[in-house]
Design a protein around this ligand. Structure first.
Ligand SMILES: C[S@@+](CC[C@H](N)C(=O)[O-])C[C@H]1O[C@@H](n2cnc3c(N)ncnc32)[C@H](O)[C@@H]1O
Length: 312
């Protein structure tokens, strides 16, 4: 079990909720999947649309989040629901022929603010763990203490587009010769030591890119993501719709490629040639929505393109 506090005061504003619902076109009685349940904001909105005759499936790989979501769904869900503690990549093992699937790939505000797992670079005293699912994988500190400088550099470049990747990797290797990297602060100090003050971006903390990269690596967030999205979309039934919210270029690229491949086969219609972005008002209200990109796809019903009198 994770060390997240058993509080129900956690807050997370659901990103692009109105747009998600517009694209999903939910109706009473539908079966829907929320692959990234979080605090169940989107899920509760979906449950209201599908009503008591619908069915909601919710996935989250973080057990503490799932428990908090369960509490909220027990109190407020209109639709019956089933929760699964698993990676959303396992959706095809659990469901098929569903009417709607939502993936909100962002970090929950809970992870950033309160998780105690070193996910935010601001919490310098926390152990540098970063795992979302504490029941598997290795903490970030173990990777940084084991990888070669060139492996660290590759990770920072590939997952964070970090210009100073080589210097940061060298600083990490230099520092761990004295003592192992253990806390968020140990990592952030290496990043700060590597990036010249004059070259730092004003808009974001100097460790933003590196810590995003490390989190993606620790959790395998981009590993074969495009193929996984494609497999998940195949769980839709006729006329079923899937919406994916992504928050950085690597994720959006994977979603775009998956949807293009599916559309090119003829069975699916790509509903968003260009991704949708949140409104200015939403970004002002909730700065965490600022990098969101929404893409949507629909599975065709098998009758499209036929003349009406062919349909029998
Ligand atoms: C941005 S939050 C979702 C917020 C939610 N849509 C809401 O409105 O409350 C993303 C959630 O997805 C979970 N998550 C991220 N990647 C996952 C994965 N590969 N499999 C399962 N859950 C994942 C995280 O633990 C987190 O709780």
């Amino acid at each position: 079990m994770s060390e997240l506090p058993p509080s129900s005061g956690w807050m997370h504003e659901s990103v692009m909720l109105r747009e998600c619902l517009q694209y999903l076109r939910l109706l009473p009685g539908m079966t829907v999947v929320d692959g990234t349940l979080g605090l169940a904001g989107h899920a509760l909105a979906m449950s209201r649309e599908i009503g008591p005759n619908g069915q909601l499936y919710g996935f989250d790989w973080d057990e503490a989040m799932l428990q908090e979501a369960a509490r909220r769904l027990t109190d407020e869900s209109v639709a019956p629901y089933e929760l699964v503690h698993a990676n959303y990549r396992s959706i095809p093992d659990h469901v098929s022929g569903v009417d709607a699937i939502l993936l909100d790939l962002g970090l929950s505000s809970v992870h950033i603010d309160t998780a105690g797992r070193g996910i935010s670079f601001r919490n310098e005293d926390e152990p540098l763990d970063m795992r979302m699912d504490l029941s598997r994988g290795e903490p970030a500190s173990a990777l940084l203490n084991r990888w070669t400088a060139s492996q660290i550099e590759r990770m920072l470049k590939d997952f964070g587009d970090e210009r100073w990747a080589k210097r940061i990797a060298e600083k990490i290797v230099e520092r761990r010769r004295d003592k192992p990297i253990r806390t968020v602060g140990d990592f952030v100090q290496c990043v700060l030591a590597a990036i010249p003050v004059a070259a730092r971006e004003k808009r974001i903390h100097p460790a933003t890119r590196s810590s995003q990269a490390l989190r993606i690596a620790v959790n395998g967030e981009l590993d074969e993501l495009s193929e996984a999205i494609e497999d998940i979309a195949r769980c839709l039934g006729p006329d079923g719709r899937m919406v994916v919210l992504s928050y950085h270029s690597g994720e959006d690229r994977a979603v775009k490629q998956a949807f293009r491949r599916l559309a090119s086969e003829g069975d699916f219609e790509d509903l968003t040639k260009k991704p949708l972005e949140p409104s200015t008002e939403e970004v002002q209200r909730n700065s965490r929505s600022r990098s969101a990109k929404l893409r949507a796809i629909r599975r065709k019903n098998g009758h499209e393109g036929q003349r009406e009198d062919d349909l029998g």
